[in-house]
Design a protein around this ligand. Sequence first.
Ligand SMILES: Cc1ncc(COP(=O)(O)O)c(C=O)c1O
Length: 396
Amino acid sequence: MNLPAGPLTEAGLRQHVWPLFSRVLQRDEIYLANHSLGRPLDRLALDIEEALDLWYDRLDGVWDDGGWMDEARRFRDNIARLIGLSKPGDVVPKTAAGQGLRAVLNAIPKDKVTVVATRGEFDSIDFILKTYRERGRAEVRWVEPQPGSPALFDTSDILAAIEHGVDVVMVSAVVFTTGQIIDGLAEIVAKARAVGARVVVDAYHAAGVIPLSMDDLGCDFMVGGSYKYVRGGTGACWLAIHPRSMDLRTLDTGWFAKKDVWSYARPEEPVRAEGGDGWLESTPAILPFYQARSGLEFTLDIGVDRLREYSLVQLAELREAFRRNAVPFFDPADPTQFGGFALMPHVDAKGLRQELYHSGVNTDTRSGNVRFGPDLLNSMDELHRAAEITARRLAR
Ligand SMILES: Cc1ncc(COP(=O)(O)O)c(C=O)c1O
């Protein structure tokens, strides 16, 4: 990719980036659900073909050097770069973010885990915690948002809930319903450490959107996945672990977590590998590593800093177009405190989303909000047209 250095521009993207996405750009619609399911590069299909070719060519030799496990290493490496983690080995591939949370819950050496979680956690996280609670395996203390629409969290409410006896704090870096960036993550980590709790940060709406440094933040765990902003489809998710929390032993394990996997040794004491390898499970799904490669490399090549800068420009353009067209939308006082999409609270958000879809504008809804998530494949003209179409639908 010969994208010039410096801030991204539509002209530069049209010339150097859009041709890499020729397949998805054939669709005749204004796609603004990039925050929900990211658009894949053309190369993704070829990468998967590469994985299959290796299998056809090498058969069981595909596990050897230069084969499938190299791609697993590359995936862990790329995720570590994405989230600012110095040791790629501390990234554990998972098939879902929720699987990452379960590995943490199943590592706390207690029959019943006390969890603090916000009401803004994604459905998967919410459901897992409620299931643990129903089975008597967890007590969950929910932190409610402040009254108002959209419903936003106050970090001080999260901090107040973190007290002695809490084992796990579950908090999103960017809240999926509203895009709110939880601003006091460092304070949350510090308070949790002071009371002996471990913090799990859900970075699904943050990784690839805002610059992250897990090294600096020092949270115990981070979970995320590839099907949104990093264009890698489903199944390519991860759990990243701080060295401080490597002392825990999770029940979510399997033979790939053994100290010497290929020795087939079976001592009575299960001896697990050092670091993140000791958190691996059974034989991994391989294709997701290939599927995630192009989007991760693309994101890292451009750089999350530049992507964020351009995303803020696009969101400002979209919000300005809403304003011009008298479309009521959530206008944040400080847009830098929000993630990769703009928000329109609406009494019938689902109905409006359907109408927009049939008018050629593809958005999505969560909790009474229509979410508009542009990416660098959207032209500014598309954003203007999306606002005009929305205004027309609202006027009917
Ligand atoms: C914040 C957040 N976490 C997690 C997920 C996905 O969870 P899982 O991988 O368990 O399906 C999503 C998907 O939309 C999300 O928005």
